[in-house]
Design a protein around this ligand. Structure first.
Ligand SMILES: [Fe+2]
Ligand SMILES: [Fe+2]
Length: 216
């Protein structure tokens, strides 16, 4: 639940962050501005439903800034840790309280398993869950495949394995409720992908029309 409403000062800071994020994420491939907004939406929904107290300002700033480390990065391996530094530099120009800045940058650092640091505060866990939900469902699967290198089989296999684990790794039961439909959609897509992967031709000698030509 949210422990307070946003103050006017906080609303103004959020507006400035929105302008910054919209500009930076505008042309980003799989992590575009819509992805950031979807993560914000899920974060607010989960944040207001859980029992733990959530600071809405810290949560929204963290959700908005969470993927800033993805911009102009060649891989996602360090996007949480790099994003934390980027966020800190930017937020120092907007927020006076260093503790608040720290709380927000920690969300950015810990929102991704690639940072290998587990989320601990409620705000960190909520954004982690919200980002995981955004990887599920049709759009989540498409986003996950965008820009990936490798064979189609390897990419699809990798996505299937990762997506099937995402739902179980969510921190809050409220996140599971929020993402239930997306999870079911993911299971259907996975089933479909597996079926179609199996149907793909692997041997020219198994092609019926080819066999007919041979027989003639
Ligand atoms: Fe991320
Ligand atoms: Fe993200």
């Amino acid at each position: 639940m949210f422990k307070k409403k946003l103050t006017n000062k906080e609303k103004k800071v959020i507006e400035k962050i929105i302008r910054f994020i919209e500009k930076k994420h505008h042309k980003a491939e799989g992590h575009d501005y819509s992805h950031v907004l979807e993560v914000c939406k899920h974060s607010i929904e989960i944040g207001r439903k859980i029992k733990e107290e959530i600071d809405p300002f810290v949560l929204i700033c963290g959700a908005l800034m969470h993927d800033i480390g993805r911009i102009n990065a060649t891989t996602g391996e360090f996007h949480g840790i790099d994003g934390g530094s980027r966020a800190e530099e930017f937020l120092e120009s907007l927020i006076e309280d260093p503790k608040t800045i720290r709380k927000i940058t920690k969300i950015v650092v810990k929102h991704t398993p690639t940072s290998m640091i587990k989320p601990s505060s409620p705000e960190e866990k909520v954004v982690f869950d919200a980002d995981a939900l955004e990887r599920l469902g049709f759009m989540g699967m498409i986003r996950g495949i965008m820009g990936k290198k490798g064979t189609m089989e390897d990419i699809i296999d990798d996505r299937i394995n990762k997506r099937l684990k995402d739902y179980d790794k969510l921190f809050y039961k409220e996140s599971k409720v929020q993402g239930k439909k997306l999870h079911q959609e993911t299971l259907k897509i996975v089933q479909n992908l597996k079926t179609h992967l199996k149907l793909r031709t692997k041997d020219i000698r198994k092609i019926e029309s080819y066999k007919m030509i041979l027989e003639n």
